[in-house]
Design a protein around this ligand. Structure first.
Ligand code: CA
Length: 658
C-alpha cells in the first residue's frame, strides 16, 4: 500500500513540476545517502524499509518564526527549518489541527494557533522540501489528550447525528483546502490520544460514529492516504486490546493503530512491541509510534518550567544528553522496525519547539501571548478557563527539542538519517551516572573511587572519579545528623554527582552485599532460577561493588524471597527500605515485607522496568516490643518475558524511627 502510495507521490510531484515550471530541479530535500562525518554514535537499525515513516511534529514552527525565532543549518547559516529536517532524514511532517483556536476578538489560544490555515502553511513548506504531511485532527478547539477531549464550541449542544455530520464536513473541508494547495498528505489522524473520549463524547458507542465519519472524509478526499487512530498509555495492561476490540466490533474503517511512547511514563519498549504487535496480529492493522521525545538537558531554556527535569518519580532510561536523545530515537525506531510485524513509522514530537527569546519571562510572555508560541495564551480562557486559561505560559518541552535555544540543530537530529546506515563512532563516555551512598550515623563515609560512565553506545563502564569534598564537608556530614548532601566531582572529564544520605543506624548486616556473600541473608527458593547469587559488578550495583543478582530463562522459574532476621532490638518503631532494578519481568509480583515474630506487619509493592531504573520502597510502621524478632525481606515472583526475567537487589536498611 505504501509502495503504491510512493508511485502516486511521484506522479503528483511531476504534475507539480509541470505546473510550476521548475523542470530539472530536484524537488525533494530528504537525504537519501548517509550523512558523513557525524560525531553521533548510532547503531544501525537493520531491515528498515525505504518507505519507513521518519516523522517530526513541527506544529509550532509558524508561531515560533512569527515570534522572531530563526532556525539554522548545521554550519550556522540561516535556513528553512523544513529543509534542515529533510536533509537530516526526516521524510514526514506531522501537524495538529484545531477547529477554531481563537477567541471572539481573533486572539489565538497558543500552542502554535494551529487552525487549518497554519496547517496549510506548514504543509506547503513540508511539501516543497519533499516531505509528506501527516495531519492530526484533535477535533477540539484546543489541546486534546487522555485527560481532555473537549467539544469544539461550534458543536456544543449537537446531537450525536449532527456531530457526526459536523466531523465529516470539517475533516472533508480541511483536507480539501490542503489538497487545493497541492500538499502531499500521506496520513490523517481522527482524534489525538483518544483514550475513551473524543470531541466531548465519552462512550465508544458514540465515539465510533465520529471516527467513522472522519475516516469516510479522508477516503473521499485523499483515497491513498492512511487513516490513523491514536492512543496513549501502552503500559495500561489490556487498554489497547480493549480499544481495538471496540473498533472492530463497531466496524470502524481505519488502517493504523498508533501509540504515543514517552519512556518516562509509558513502560518498556518490549512491552510496547508486545502490545502493538498483538493489535496488528489480531486486527490486521498497521502500527506505529505517533509521538515520542527525550530530553537533552534537565535545564529549562524559556523561563517556563518543563514537564521533565531533574526530579520527578519517572523513568529516565538514557542520560539527558544529545547522544541520549538520539539513542532513545534509534531504539524506538529499532523496536518499530524489528519488534513489530507491521510497524510503519516513528514520529518525534515537537523537535522544533524552542525558546522564543533569551532574556526574561516577561519578554517571552509577550511573544507567547501575541503569536501563540507558548503552550497556551491567556486568551484560551474563552474555551478552557479551568486549565489552559489559568495556567497558560511558554513551552514545557524546550529541553526535548532537537534544536538549541539559539535555533541551531543538534547532532541528534541526524539520527533519522544515520539510523538507516549506522554510524558506530569511537566508544566514549557521554555522561556519568549519579552515585548514591547511604551511611548510618555510626558509620564511615567512604566516597566511591569509581562511578559508572554511560557510554555513547549506552553501555556502562566504571571510571575513576575525583570528588570536591574537603575536611570541612566531612566534618559537617558526620555531625549534621540525619541529612542529605550532594557532592560534585569529575570523572573522565565529565561532571559527577554523589548523593550522601546520612541515615539512622542500620540494624541489618551486610546491607549492601559488600561481604561478597549472603552472610546474614537467607534465600527461600520457591522456583528454580538459573542464576541467583551475590554478584560482583559495580556497574549493576546501586552502591558499592556487590548486589544480589537473579536471572532465569524458563517461564515462572523466578520465585524467591531474600530475608534477614534481626534480634535484640529495643522496643520502638522501625522502617525497612530496599531497592531493586531489572527487566523482562512479564506478569510479576514483587514486594518488600516485614514480619514481627513471624507475623506480617507491612508490605510495599515494587516493580522492575528497565536497566538502571531502581525502584526503592520503604515499609513503615514496624512496631517492635522488647524481645521480638523482626524479619525483613523482598519477595520476587516473575512470569518472565523476552530472554527471561532478571534483576538486581541492593541497599537494604532497617532504621529506627523518631
Ligand atoms: Ca520551558
Amino acid at each position: 500500500m505504501l509502495m503504491k502510495h510512493a508511485a502516486i507521490i511521484l506522479i503528483v510531484s511531476m504534475l507539480a513540476l509541470a505546473f510550476t515550471g521548475c523542470a530539472g530541479k530536484p524537488v525533494s530535500r530528504v537525504s537519501t545517502e548517509k550523512i558523513e562525518g557525524s560525531s553521533l554514535y548510532v547503531k544501525k537499525v537493520e531491515n528498515m524499509p525505504d518507505d519507513f515513516i521518519l516523522g517530526m511534529d513541527a506544529s509550532s514552527v509558524i508561531a515560533e518564526e512569527n515570534s522572531g525565532v530563526k532556525y539554522y543549518d548545521f554550519e550556522g547559516n540561516e535556513q528553512d527549518v523544513f529543509v534542515t529536517l529533510a536533509e537530516s532524514g526526516v521524510n514526514t511532517i506531522r501537524v495538529r489541527v484545531w477547529n477554531d483556536p481563537y477567541d471572539e476578538e481573533g486572539h489565538g489560544f497558543g500552542g502554535g494557533n494551529n487552525g487549518i490555515e497554519t496547517a496549510i502553511e506548514i504543509g506547503k513548506r513540508a511539501t516543497a522540501a519533499g516531505m509528506r504531511l501527516l495531519v492530526d485532527f484533535h477535533l477540539s478547539d484546543f489541546w486534546a489528550d487522555p485527560g481532555k477531549q473537549m467539544v469544539p464550541r461550534a458543536w456544543k449542544g449537537m446531537t450525536i447525528e449532527q456531530k457526526t455530520a459536523a466531523v465529516h464536513d470539517f475533516v472533508r473541508d480541511s483536507l480539501k483546502a490542503l489538497k487545493k494547495n497541492r500538499i502531499d498528505v500521506c496520513m490523517v489522524q481522527i482524534g489525538n490520544e483518544t483514550n475513551g473520549a473524543l470531541a466531548g463524547e465519552t462512550t465508544w458507542f458514540n465515539m465510533r460514529y465520529l471516527m467513522q465519519a472522519g475516516s469516510e472524509a479522508v477516503r473521499e478526499v485523499f483515497p491513498s492516504a492512511l487513516v490513523a487512530l491514536h492512543f496513549a498509555n501502552p503500559e495500561h495492561e489490556g487498554s489497547y486490546e480493549n480499544y481495538a476490540k471496540k473498533l472492530a466490533e463497531y466496524e470502524v474503517d481505519y488502517d493504523v493503530f498508533a501509540s504515543s511512547y514517552y519512556p518516562y511514563w509509558h513502560g518498556t519498549l518490549d512491552n510496547l512491541s508486545k502490545v502493538l504487535n498483538g493489535i496488528s496480529a489480531r486486527y490486521g492493522k498497521k502500527v506505529m509510534v505517533m509521538e515520542t521525545s527525550y530530553a537533552y538537558t534537565a535545564e529549562d531554556t524559556d523561563f517556563n518550567g518543563n514537564t521533565i527535569g531533574d526530579g520527578g518519580n519517572v523513568i529516565k532510561p538514557y542520560p539527558f544528553t544529545v547522544q541520549g536523545q538520539a539513542n532513545l530515537v534509534r531504539d524506538v525506531i529499532d523496536t518499530v522496525v524489528n519488534g513489530m510485524t507491521d510497524g510503519i513509522g516513528v514520529v518525534y514530537w515537537e523537535g522544533t519547539w524552542i525558546s522564543v527569546g533569551q532574556n526574561s519571562w516577561e519578554e517571552n510572555h509577550k511573544l507567547w501571548e501575541e503569536f501563540g508560541s507558548g503552550w497556551a495564551s491567556s486568551y484560551a480562557a474563552a474555551y478552557d478557563p479551568v486549565d489552559a486559561g489559568k495556567y497558560y505560559g511558554g513551552c514545557a518541552v524546550d529541553n526535548q527539542a532537537m534544536f538549541g535555544p539559539d535555533g541551531r540543530p543538534f547532532e541528534s537530529l541526524r539520527v533519522f538519517n544515520l539510523a538507516r546506515y549506522g554510524n558506530e563512532t569511537e566508544i566514549k563516555a557521554d555522561a556519568i551516572e549519579d552515585a548514591i551512598l547511604y551511611v548510618d550515623l555510626n558509620g564511615t563515609i567512604t566516597l566511591p573511587e569509581t562511578v559508572n560512565a554511560i557510554m555513547n553506545d549506552d553501555s556502562r563502564q566504571p571510571v575513576a572519579v575525583k570528588w570536591d569534598a574537603d575536611e570541612a564537608l566531612f566534618d559537617l556530614m558526620y555531625k549534621g545528623g540525619v541529612a542529605t548532601y550532594e557532592i560534585t566531582g569529575e570523572a573522565d572529564g565529565l561532571p559527577a554527582k554523589c548523593t550522601v544520605n546520612m541515615i539512622e543506624y542500620n540494624f541489618l548486616q551486610n546491607h549492601s552485599f559488600e561481604d561478597g556473600e549472603l552472610g546474614a541473608w537467607r534465600v527461600i527458593e520457591r522456583g528454580n532460577a538459573d542464576q541467583l547469587f551475590v554478584e560482583s559488578k559495580p556497574t549493576d550495583s546501586k552502591t558499592g561493588e556487590y548486589h544480589m543478582h537473579f536471572w532465569s530463562a524458563a517461564k515462572n522459574s523466578v520465585d524467591f524471597s531474600l530475608e534477614q532476621d534481626v534480634e535484640g532490638l529495643e522496643a520502638g518503631e522501625y522502617k525497612f527500605t530496599i531497592s531493586i532494578m531489572g527487566g523482562d519481568s512479564g506478569a510479576a509480583e514483587i514486594y518488600a515485607y516485614a514480619l514481627v515474630d513471624g507475623e506480617e506487619v507491612g508490605r510495599a509493592e515494587m516493580s522492575i522496568t528497565y536497566y538502571g531504573a531502581w525502584d526503592t520502597v520503604t515499609v513503615s510502621g514496624i512496631n517492635v516490643a522488647e524481645g521480638q524478632t523482626v524479619t525483613v525481606g523482598i519477595s520476587v515472583k516473575c512470569e518472565g518475558a523476552g530472554n527471561g526475567a532478571w534483576g538486581k537487589i541492593d541497599d537494604a536498611m532497617l532504621n529506627s524511627v523518631g
